[in-house]
Write a protein that binds this ligand. Structure first.
Ligand code: ASP
Length: 330
């Protein structure tokens, strides 16, 4: 088939359940993630040949629970190289669902192009009955090839929905509609070849972001507050040289008094502390005398703790001084 008239899309594979393999087609757990190569993933979707001409690369073959900042740097730089080519109109990244929201937000803040970058994944391995990966991949390529996706930042195409990288989060351990954008909702839909956006992204991203991936990343960790929380983990992290701590706090990023005491000491030693919430939706507002003004902590707004960690890593790598502005902006 002559594909020269079709938009050229780069598909970068990193592993995940979409590339998972099980010995038994009826099994949707207990499989090995990240073992099926990108050529086989593409071959399972014959309909792609009428949507795009594909350039495929295997960037990694991992279970995304093992994602690393070093791999983020490799991935973001390769995406920028590909998008700088005139013939490439967009990039699709196949990924595991577990840390997809972190990679998506990292790319949203570091890729320097208005061309579409779309992540997709699957909840069922490629060998499963009713595997969801093939249709998700077809939809992701369809979105990446769509002119309407340009300038919307990094997107996640999953289960016929299009999400903004900043807002999307995994909300189920097994359901095929595992991804949601709490509070904000989806950006749009992709179904049967039709791409429809319902809203646009207003916070700065991609070329309008001040951030870039780093060769060396600062150590930033997430600590949870809960009944009986102690300061042991915070003290250990400070001793290990941590540069930033994100608190997955209760409610409005509130923290156990014992933990608060340890974090106050950490701030005095130069550690950046950001308050996010473990609740799963809603804002974390600045809380004045309770923490932020008194201790010098930062509120994460609507970012969940894991996305707040991504932004804090980028901000610290860029030596940003005004961290509250950073969190209020991105
Ligand atoms: N369970 C994961 C997934 O759904 C595995 C991974 O994140 O790579 O893709």
């Amino acid at each position: 088939m002559n594909t020269s008239f079709l938009p050229r899309i780069a598909v970068l594979a990193t592993g995940g359940t979409i590339a998972g393999q099980a010995g038994d087609a009826s099994k949707t757990a207990g499989y090995k993630a990240g073992v099926v190569g990108v050529d086989k993933l593409l071959a399972a979707v014959p309909a792609l040949s009428s949507v795009a001409s594909i350039h495929a690369e295997q960037i990694a073959s991992i279970d995304s629970k093992d994602m690393s900042a070093a791999l983020w740097t490799t991935l973001a730089r390769r995406i920028d190289e590909l998008l700088a080519q005139d013939d490439i109109v967009g990039v699709v990244v196949t990924h595991g669902t577990d840390t997809l929201e972190e990679t998506a937000y990292l790319l949203h803040l570091t890729v320097k192009s208005a061309k579409p970058v779309v992540l997709t994944a699957a909840m069922r391995p490629s060998t499963a009955l009713s595997a969801d990966g093939p249709l998700n991949l077809l939809n992701a390529v369809t979105v990446a090839a769509s002119a309407s996706a340009k300038g919307q930042g990094v997107l996640v195409a999953f289960n016929n929905q299009i999400h903004c990288a900043r807002d999307v989060t995994k909300t189920s351990t097994y359901a095929v509609d595992a991804f949601r954008s709490p509070e904000t909702g989806v950006l749009g839909f992709v179904q049967d070849g039709r791409v429809e956006f319902q809203r646009t992204v207003v916070r700065p991203h991609t070329s309008a972001s001040e951030f870039a991936v780093a060769d060396r990343w600062p150590m930033v960790e997430v600590v949870t507050s809960h009944a009986d929380a102690s300061g042991v983990m915070v003290d250990a992290l400070v001793a290990a040289g941590v540069k930033g701590i994100v608190i997955a706090g209760t409610g409005n990023g509130s923290m156990h008094a014992t933990l608060t005491h340890a974090l106050g000491d950490a701030v005095k030693q130069g550690v950046a502390v950001v308050r996010a919430s473990r609740v799963g939706s809603g804002h974390v507002m600045r809380n004045g005398a309770a923490n932020d003004d008194a201790l010098g902590t930062i509120s994460a707004g609507t970012l969940n703790p894991y996305k707040a960690r991504v932004l804090l890593m980028l901000a610290l790598a860029a030596s940003a001084q005004d961290l509250q502005r950073v969190f209020d902006t991105y």
